[in-house]
Write a protein of this length. Structure first.
Length: 557
């Protein structure tokens, strides 16, 4: 195994370095062992991450018991739920890059030999995994765990129910007392948002792609099994170091196909597409929208999960979690069972070594009788999105929508219009200049989409944006439109009352305006002034690329 930490602590020239380590309580015996970075994204910004510093102590003990020396450090994490619906959401996707960059810098600076990564809220999961791929050191990812559902009148609640309740209140369909009751009940403890939203989607993917231990995605944050899983992750990382198995051996093209299969089988967040494209870039695997569509069309949608379905992650955990889903897929040869994982064994070997129950349950359907015969993370292309756009069809009954455009150049303008009851049945709400460069940061639109659902318009209107949607969004909502408005994509040329068609059966998103008229509008168009000219968001805007390629930042060399 490669022990980079010897560059820091071996030889007489490194006596000052050893002195600093000894100031922190390490002994010569500790310094003789490999160093394993234990990174977490713990903070008091969000319930998803508030418990991670405590979980890190369990991981450190696992590293120690495995025969190595742990070195704990933390990095940032943005709460998507709390950043939602205002200017703060522009920082969310940017945080993915900052997380990956900061982990890379910490590990390179201190020459750690391996890495345990613990993450909770949405962007902290892909950001941590991206750093692992970039560093290519033996690494194991572990999720901080899902929140338990709130229970109100026998119904399981998540934070999305609160967002939708706001829409119901604005429409006069819910009292202020009713809204407050939902607010007080929906989020009972620590953990990430409870449905198959982005955090739980990426946790599920972490198992399917092989970067996390089997069974690690579903135990709730405050379940005793979560602490044991994190401890086991620490031990597994030392074993992985001894075997010298690195992310580039795990993150193969076939592993990404497994991840796309999982994304579709559980009806996961469209953000999973964006993050898998970014992760594949870090490891040099060429992944395109065509791959997502090819895999989607042969993957059945099996798990009846919120927001499009009825169950939360805790419910899936009770019947066997992600291994239960993986086994159903493997038994029908829908995933590659020969992909190596962080256990040092293949997915097939992992599943064969586990006791996976076959309970009587309604949450995960059989491959023969799925919820949908094909997957739910759909790629669209057409005259409105030549590079592509995405839509999640889980829980969406319609497959085609044609309507008149209602155009807004900021999310806030659209939300205000929704709140005032100005959106009519049949409208296609267009929110633009919210893309990776234009926002910048490609804001999620949960506040607006949930308000529409709460008003009873969720099945009567459509939305199109060059921004993103939360994993909690449901309805006929198209995001990631590329090219984005800020760089002159066709979405910049849309006018009120233009007709737009979205068809998820033919994968079409078209703007019904003649080429001649569009060319005339293009000549009259000019890009708006940037929203930020200094600081992190301005740096990001100058480096970020198309959503169709993962909205990754590329150095200007």
């Amino acid at each position: 195994m490669e022990i980079s930490s010897r560059n820091v602590v071996s030889g007489t020239a490194r006596s000052p370095h050893r002195a600093m380590y000894k100031a922190m309580g390490l002994t010569d015996s500790d310094l003789d062992k490999p160093f394993v970075g234990v990174c977490h994204t713990g903070n008091e910004a969000t319930p998803c991450n508030i418990h991670l510093p405590q979980l890190a102590q369990k991981a450190k003990q696992g590293v120690i018991d495995g025969g190595a020396t742990p070195r704990e450090f933390s990095t940032i994490a943005v709460s998507d739920g709390i950043a939602m619906g205002h200017e703060g959401m522009k920082s969310s996707l940017v945080s993915r890059e900052v997380i990956a960059d900061s982990i890379e810098l910490m590990v390179r600076a201190h020459q750690y030999d391996a890495l345990v990564g613990i993450a909770g809220c949405d962007k902290s999961l892909p950001g941590t995994m991206m750093a692992m791929a970039r560093l290519n050191l033996p690494s194991v990812f572990v999720y901080g765990g899902t929140i338990m559902p709130g229970i109100l009148n026998g119904k399981e609640l998540t934070v999305v129910d609160v967002y939708e309740a706001v829409g119901a209140y604005d429409a006069g369909n819910l009292s202020l007392e009713g809204l407050k009751e939902i607010e007080n009940t929906a989020c009972p403890n620590a953990g990430s948002c409870g449905g198959m939203f982005t955090a739980n989607t990426m946790a599920s993917i972490s198992e399917a792609i092989g970067l996390a231990l089997p069974g690690s995605a579903s135990p709730p944050a405050e379940d005793d099994r979560r602490e044991k899983m994190v401890y086991d992750t620490g031990k597994a990382c030392v074993s992985l170091l001894e075997q010298n198995i690195k992310p580039n051996q795990i993150l193969t093209f076939e592993a990404f196909e497994n991840a796309i299969t999982m994304l579709n089988a559980v009806g996961g967040s469209t953000n999973g597409i964006l993050h898998l494209l970014a992760l594949s870039n870090e490891v040099g695997v060429k992944l395109t929208y065509d791959d997502f569509e090819r895999v989607r069309k042969k993957t059945p949608h099996l798990a009846d999960m919120k927001p499009g379905g009825n169950y939360v992650m805790n419910s899936l955990d009770k019947i066997g979690g992600i291994p239960f889903v993986l086994k159903k897929l493997l038994d029908k040869n829908l995933i590659h069972g020969n992909c190596i994982t962080v256990t040092g064994k293949t997915i097939k070997e992992n599943l064969e070594s586990m006791r996976i129950p076959e309970p009587q349950q309604q949450i995960v359907k059989s491959v023969e009788s799925p919820i949908h015969s094909v997957g739910t993370a759909v790629i669209l292309k057409g005259s409105l999105a030549p590079e592509g756009a995405v839509i999640k069809t889980a829980g969406v009954e319609m497959t085609k929508f044609t309507g008149k455009a209602r155009v807004f150049d900021r999310e806030e303008f659209a939300f205000d219009s929704v709140a005032k009851g100005e959106i009519d049945e049949g409208d296609v709400i267009v929110i633009r200049y919210e893309g990776p460069k234009g926002g910048p940061g490609m804001r999620e639109m949960l506040a607006t989409t949930a308000a529409l659902v709460g008003q009873g318009l969720g099945k009567k209107v459509a939305m199109v944006t060059d921004g993103r949607f939360s994993g909690g969004t449901r309805g006929f909502m198209v995001g990631h439109v590329a090219p984005e408005a800020y760089v002159g994509g066709p979405i910049a040329l849309v006018k009120n009352d233009d007709e737009i068609t979205i068809d998820t059966e033919t994968n079409i998103i078209d703007l019904h305006v003649s080429k001649e008229e569009l060319e005339k509008r293009r000549l009259e168009w000019s890009p708006p002034k940037p929203n930020y000219t200094s600081g992190a968001l301005a740096k990001y805007a100058s480096l970020v690329g198309s959503a169709a390629k993962g909205a990754i930042t590329t150095p200007i060399l």
